[in-house]
Design a protein around this ligand. Structure first.
Ligand code: A3P
Length: 324
């Protein structure tokens, strides 16, 4: 068993929780899971106990500032990439030579942009502060909703996000856990019982909010960013109030940022090949293929159909469409 597997198992284990969390765990609906022994349903979404504790902590203690930027996604939907792109775009004046001496060359994006449910948000002292989270809209800390901070949501098609999660879990934890088959994991995913699931509700809620409150929430699809990264990075920067000027574009600043943050570039950096995050997770786990419709290599037609059927049901009455 490798260290990262041991660490992740420890992280997912039910121990050392606050009294409040323990009490909550004793009566919340729970479901057997492959991520931890149980996932718990809190405010409509499912969490392993350690993440639930983080959500509760952030609900209580996270104080958003008007200038904050919050990057949101479901797991395996492009979080790492979005963190890199927004970090590099927003701080581009500070780090003007991105390809030579940029913090992203020595730091994994997750170390530069912390998750608010990971307890270490107090240490962020940059301006503006950039955070990320997987917390669903309805469970965000009140101060995020009330302040003028901006939210960028990145969504990915459910089959690719599922397959990405499958590989991530398989490499990191599943090998040591009670024989989980892909069929079982698809079933859990489709009934919503997946980390921060239901996946569909998560995306739909943020999508609706982006329509109702476009100055607050910007919604982007991973696949659109893959196809036209320049367009989307410019739109995100504009939304955040950090528009690229024509001169910057002519001078290749935007192009440099896209190159710096590309999967090809980030995944070959030492820090992302052999590095570890503060929680012990290996940074290489966040970089794989980044393909659109890569699910075809992993999902059988039957399992793909099962996810498609769930998607169809979830979208009844909604104009939203995932990339497919
Ligand atoms: P795959 O597993 O399909 O390859 P997250 O960052 O939310 O955990 O999502 C991980 C997914 O994003 C993985 O997808 C990973 O390869 C992809 N990814 C990571 N860094 C990326 C980058 N710089 N550009 C594009 N995709 C990236």
């Amino acid at each position: 068993m490798t260290n990262s597997k041991t660490t992740l198992s420890k992280l997912l284990a039910e121990s050392n929780f606050s009294q409040e969390c323990k009490e909550l765990l004793s009566y919340l609906p729970k479901d057997r899971s492959f991520f931890a022994e149980y996932l718990y349903q809190y405010q409509g979404f499912w969490y392993p106990p350690n993440l639930l504790e983080g959500v509760l902590y952030s609900q209580k203690h996270f104080q958003a500032r008007d200038s904050d930027i919050i990057l949101v996604s479901s797991p395996k939907s492009g979080t790492t990439w979005l963190k890199a792109l927004v970090f590099a775009s927003v701080y581009r004046q500070e780090f003007q030579t991105p390809l030579e001496s940029h913090p992203l060359l020595d730091n994994n994006p997750h170390s530069l942009v912390p998750f608010i449910e990971a307890f270490n948000f107090h240490t962020q002292d940059t301006f503006p502060r950039i955070f990320s989270t997987h917390i669903p809209l309805g469970s965000l800390p009140e101060s995020i909703k009330k302040s003028s901070c901006k939210v960028v949501y990145c969504c990915r098609n459910p089959k690719d996000a599922f397959v990405s999660l499958w590989h991530f879990m398989k490499d990191l934890v599943l090998k040591e856990m009670v024989g989980c088959t892909m069929e079982q994991m698809v079933k859990g995913f489709c009934r919503g019982s997946s980390v921060y699931g239901p996946f569909w509700d998560h995306a739909l809620e943020y999508w609706k909010e982006s329509l109702e409150n476009p100055k607050k929430v910007f919604f982007v699809k991973y696949e659109d960013m893959r196809e036209k990264p320049e367009d989307w990075v410019m739109r995100i920067a504009e939304f955040l109030g950090y528009s690229f000027t024509e001169r910057e574009i002519e001078n290749g600043v935007l192009e440099d940022i896209i190159k710096l943050c590309s999967l090809e570039n980030l995944s070959k950096l030492e820090v992302n090949k052999v590095g570890k995050l503060m929680n012990g997770m290996e940074t290489k786990a966040f970089f794989r293929k980044g393909e659109i419709r890569g699910w075809k290599d992993t999902l059988t037609p039957l399992l793909a159909e099962e996810i498609d059927k769930t998607t169809e049901q979830k979208l009844i009455g909604s104009a939203f469409r995932f990339f497919c």
